[in-house]
Every structure is written in structure tokens, then in C-alpha cells.
Write a new protein. Sequence first.
Length: 392
Amino acid sequence: MSTVTITNAENALKSFYLDVIAHQLNTQSNPLYAMIKRSESCVYGKEVRKAAVYGVNGGVSAGSEAGELPGATGNNYAQFVSTLKNLYGSIEISDKAIRAGESSSGAFVNLLNAEMDGLLRSAKFNFARMLYGDGSGKLCTVSAAVTGAAKVNVDTARNLAVGMVVDFYASASASTPSAAGITVKGITKAASGYDVDLSAAVTVAKDSIMVVRGSKDNELTGLEAIFATDGSLYGIQRSGNSWLNAYTAASTGTISDAKIQAAIDAVEETAGSRIDIALCSYGVRRAYAAALENSKRNVNVTELEGGYKAITYAGVPIVADRFVPAGTMYLLASDDFELHQLCDWRWLEGENGSILRQIAGKPVFGATLVKYAELMCTRPCGQARLTGITEA
């Protein structure tokens, strides 16, 4: 484009950048997400309602030559219900940059590329993080009370990144933040946990939780929710419904093929599951690679969709991900997961179809990427997790 205007900037965002962003977010956010089916089915208004089959049909039996035939018995169904989650990503372009582009379209394209790259990095980070969460949005826990200071100590930094804007809540059940809209300025490993430098002084209690701004209880239902041991999942109480309970082996210690196989066998025997991906922390992957080296076996490597490379066990790729808790390995059947969505990634449009809108009181135009979706696992009992693994 020779001259930059709001109109042709919008056209570029709609016709070129949207397809690129959607493709990268769908295939390169996370190896698990790249394997998960995406569907617009089972979406009713603002909810996902899905019939999940569990157990077996009871209408099969053996009988005598002249005896009665077995009575017909239907499948066992449960209706999963969950709210579509609202996922957003925003960019801002100043009026000055647009006007400067009138005489240098190349410079404006470079600026737009930089903004889109930043949006992609942030969206990939947060979307991958949500897959391992419990839907609450919790990033970490404050280790010690702070009064009027711009630094807090937290238990983990795997979910944090410089530039994130966060809220603090006194507890997971609190409805009002004790501090809101605070930017993470720096993260440093401390003698215990991590020190997080903040953009403003906060007063927060010990065991307060940190969440992404406005995200508390609004995130995808991730793996931590699926592997929880109490409460409900998709509107159904776990108590009295053993098929909702995933398999967990605790205090694993030294990782080995036998321990991985025991978990795989457990879900195959009880749920007929077929594990096709393992996700673990980096320390667990190093420990497993060391075990292979000590046994003088070759390390088999496979390439997954999205360009991810992984070592394998019995054909199952073992992928390290920063968002997996330390000492943990998930063994999952990706066919049991589905991302139900109202639509794929789209730009939020105004009444006239515009996507670039002036931000009130500022010489800046903003655009917002949106997706309304929820992650569901139709067979929770077919998933396995090893915890307490000794890392290397």
C-alpha cells in the first residue's frame, strides 16, 4: 500500500493478519492444543452442552439356546455443561504512527508487524498457560505478606512474564481484588521462590493469589481442573461418579519406563484409553533422557504438528512444557479433548464493521482479537498423571 489510512490498515488486519494469527495460535501455541480437535458443535448460546458416554451398554449377555434374549439397555449418558470463555487480545496503534505512514508505508508495515508479533507472543503464552490451569486464572501464590511495597515473593514463576498486568486476591474465593492493574516489571530467582518487581506498591496478605487482570474464574477449564479430586467438573459432582476421576500416581521418585507404562496400563485397563502424548516439566524430561542414557538406549525423536520435536516412549511423544508443574508428567489421550468454540479467532467489529477504534481520550486506535471457547474432556478417567518425579 502506498498511502496508509485507517481503511487500508483495517483491510490488512482483516485479510492478511487474521489468517496468519489464527493459524499460528491454533498450531503453535502448544503441542497438546495443536492435537486437540476444534469444533463449533455443542455450543448453545453462551454455553457448551455435551452428552458424554460413560461405561458400557448393558444390553449384551450370553444365554441359553431357548432362553430369553437380553433386554435392551441404553448407553450411559451425562450432560456436561460449561460456559464459553471469552478470550481477548488487543493491540494499539497511535494516530502519529498512522500519519507518519502516509509518507512511509514501509515503516508503518514494520510497526504493524511488530505489534502483531507482540500480540502473538502474548496470546500463545497465555493460551498455553490456560491449558494447564484450573479455570481460576491463578498464576502463583504470594509467599509472605507485603505492606506498601513494589515487590512480592511468590512460590513459582512458570506462569509469569515481564509485562503481564495482574490483579491480587486475598484468596481463591475472594470476589474483590486487593490490588488491581499492576504490571510485572521484573522476575528474579530468590533464596526461596521468586521475587517479582511491580509497577506500583501493593499491600497484600500471605497466600494471596495473582491472576491476569480481569481473568479470575474466567479462563479455560484446563488440566488442573480435570485432575482435581473433589468438587464438580462440567456441572457434575465427582462424588459418586468415579468415571470423572483421572488417574494419578503420587511420590513417583525416579522416572522409568516401568512407571510410565504402569500409568498407561491403568487407564487402558479401566477406561480403554489410548495415550498418545505425554507432557512434563523440563526437569522431568532431563531425568528421563538421563535414564535412557544410563541404560545405553537410543533416544528416539519424533516431530509433531507445529514443528515441535519430542523424545518418545513406545511411540508416545514426551514433550516438555514450561507450564507443567515441577516433578509432573501428564499422559493424555488427545482424542478425548475438544475445544468447543463459537467461532475461530476474529477481530471485534463495530456496528459499521470497523475494527480499529479510537480509544477514548487518547490519540490511539485499538483493535481486539476475540475467541469464545471452552475446553472439554469427554473421558476424564482415561487420563493419567505422575507427580513427585525426581527432576534432573
